[in-house]
Design a protein around this ligand. Sequence first.
Ligand SMILES: Cc1cc2nc3c(=O)[nH]c(=O)nc-3n(C[C@H](O)[C@H](O)[C@H](O)COP(=O)(O)OP(=O)(O)OC[C@H]3O[C@@H](n4cnc5c(N)ncnc54)[C@H](O)[C@@H]3O)c2cc1C
Length: 382
Amino acid sequence: MSLLAEPAVGARSRASFREFVDTAVAPYADRFDRDQKIPAEVLRQVAGRGYWGAVLPATDGGSGMDMVTLGVLHEEIGRGCSSLRSLLTVHTMAAWALRRWGTTEAREHWLPGLASGDTLGAFCLTEPAAGSDISLVATTAVRDGDDYVLDGVKQWITGGQVADVFLVFAKTERGLSAFVVDADNPGVRCTPVENALGTRASMLAEVLFAECRVPARALLGAEGAGRMVATAALDLGRYSVAAGCVGILQACLDASVAHTAGREQGGVLLREHQLVRRMISDMVTGVQAARALVRRAGELKDGRDPETLTATWIAKYFASTQAMRAATDAVQLHGASGCADGHPVNRYFRDAKVMEIIEGSSQIQQLTIAEHAYETASGGHS
Ligand SMILES: Cc1cc2nc3c(=O)[nH]c(=O)nc-3n(C[C@H](O)[C@H](O)[C@H](O)COP(=O)(O)OP(=O)(O)OC[C@H]3O[C@@H](n4cnc5c(N)ncnc54)[C@H](O)[C@@H]3O)c2cc1C
């Protein structure tokens, strides 16, 4: 069996996802990037296809996708537009966490909209002082009668401009805790973040919580369970980003093959130069290896195997660094045209850099993967 062969159901899903991306997303992604937004009509089309509620079961109004299929979906969307994939990532993280840890009341209130896409979710963890180190979160949630009152500021919130509900991490007396907060709460104020390096159409925002009062039903799990909720949600987000990076890799390969097969320099097509072929072969190898790592992480998730955590770190670390490398080579192979504003490889290059930073930076992943190696090695000898 070829490394890329997919089970029949997976292959059918990919064809359907691909058809959507090739008709409704990829041809317009540079315009989305320039306008720094995804049109509401496209977000509605995503809803019509059931992609917002991908991981929610049918009983909650979702599509009940398994994790391998979710990976294929996010790869295909990432091939067309990393900004749209980012919006799907954070929405999926919020919806999944709410379903897993939300109170019955909270689930009944928010899940139907999150499943249909009538309600968009976002993930609020990062703060000015708290990036890779989430123990530095300074946002507070103070119990006041039947409510909590949140105060603090969250930065770099994907989808913050359009989200209807936020999954917010704040410190209570018992430690980091997770809350669901409506965007139209009078204590919430969103300020758009413009001209970021990459994922420019992901409608980033800074989100301020000022005396933001929420009912107790907004708490996910128990007070102090926030680190566990964040870790699990970030694992899902990391998996989605890894899959999206496979999409960037594939897009870089497709664009580079097409360009070098059509442009002549030095009396021959660019594709005839051996140094050009080295870059193409590295992209082919990178995309196949990254796709296999993502699929393995997805299969472990579907099998509820805890080893998926490490497999997801490895998949995201490899896929994001390979995407950055492929995007660098894709710009190189396109020469000046690849540097032009509005050229897709220009966008892949900027988006790929972001992938090495979000959902655990490459350095944090290196540390985690190495730590796992030492833990499993010492476990094997004890
Ligand atoms: C486009 C975009 C979208 C985002 N969307 C969201 C979102 O939706 N929700 C959200 O909560 N956040 C979001 N983020 C924030 C993102 O999660 C953080 O940027 C990320 O966690 C890194 O934190 P930081 O930027 O503060 O960098 P820092 O943590 O300050 O790190 C800076 C550098 O130091 C390195 N470093 C840090 N610690 C160590 C260490 N122990 N050892 C070695 N090197 C280290 C890092 O690898 C990095 O290279 C987004 C960011 C971007 C750019």
